[in-house]
Design a protein around this ligand. Sequence first.
Ligand code: SF4
Length: 412
Amino acid sequence: MNNVKELISNCESCVTKPCQVGCPLNIDIPGFIDKIKEEKYEEAFLLLSEYTPLMSLCGRICPHQEQCEGSCVKKISYSPVEIGKLEAFVGDYAINNNLKIDYPNNTKFNIAVVGGGPAGLSCAYFLRKNGYGVTIYEKHDYLGGLLAHGIPEFKLSRDIVKKVIDKILQLGIDVKYNQVLGKNILLDDLINNHDAVFIAIGSNESNIMNIPNENINGVYKGNELLENKLIIDYKDKDVVIIGGGNVAMNIASIAKKSGARNATIIYRRTEEDSPAAISEINSAKEDKATFLFERNVIKINGEDHVNSVDVVKTKSINKKDIPVNIEDSKETIKCDIVIIAIGSHPEKIVEKMDIEKTQSGKIKIDNDGHTSSEKIFAGGNVAGSKATVSWAAKSGRSAAKSIIDYLNEKKI
Ligand code: SF4
């Protein structure tokens, strides 16, 4: 509590609220900090609950430097208010004191939410909070999506993830586990049996590089590695991670913490152009990962098993274009394990859905998460939202509002 007093003392309660503008969820940050200042913790929780059910998680793992804290006025003269810690404090306080929000006991309508990651959980929460019935269809035997398998335990404990999810489910949300869209549940059945469907199944299939030997032993795909919770023996191994996003950074940290001799991140653009959050890059640096920026892997070497990669230098003309390989710059880097983490695309089932897609194969939605099909809404990474928890949560919240508007207009 003393620590919280110190943290709030730095906040000016700015009337212009630049921190709120910097937050993807547009949380009234000075508002909830003022409540903490007045020691009205339950009111702080109720205020935050209007914006998100994930306060204990976003408070811990959002890239605050690039969002709320990056917009805080104190960043220029001093150091920003540590908004994330305060948000997590309120969320944890609510869990520890079993604080509850008001919501109608009875439900009207029933909405299918497909996928129980941050977008699906947020959508389900806001629907149920407003009196709508929700059933979550989840392909795993646990909820959370990337919260549960995409972020290493040393960055986000599974215990707090579980507590946050349990608190959301306490509102009375049905969950059906082990439900794989296109296998044991069909989109048509969901449409027929529910008043609306929200699809938030993520974008979980790793992109491939189309280079020689991509499928030999010792080569793994980053997303599948995390999602399937594969355990690799990194001890005393030289690991090459290809890619510059958060998945690459997390895997490099996991490898180093698990005893890898080297974890070398190879990315074809500059550090500044890397899509990873600054905090994730710094965290991989702290774990002593090695970085090779402006390098491209052109070949994986090995017969039965990978033994090295061929790498060339690259040059970026501008941020939009793919960097070009520089001739005669090849070097060979020895390694025992290669992990490809160059982004991802939606699962095959999305291709087969009779709804409009974007050029990159994601589900096309309007500003409110509505697809080209009347009863179908989508959000999170499968619909192109930025791959962070707060952006996914925002898309779930927007879709919930849109679904409510749709159902009320239809007056089914
Ligand atoms: S910008 Fe910083 S100082 Fe101003 S209200 Fe937000 S958190 Fe407080």
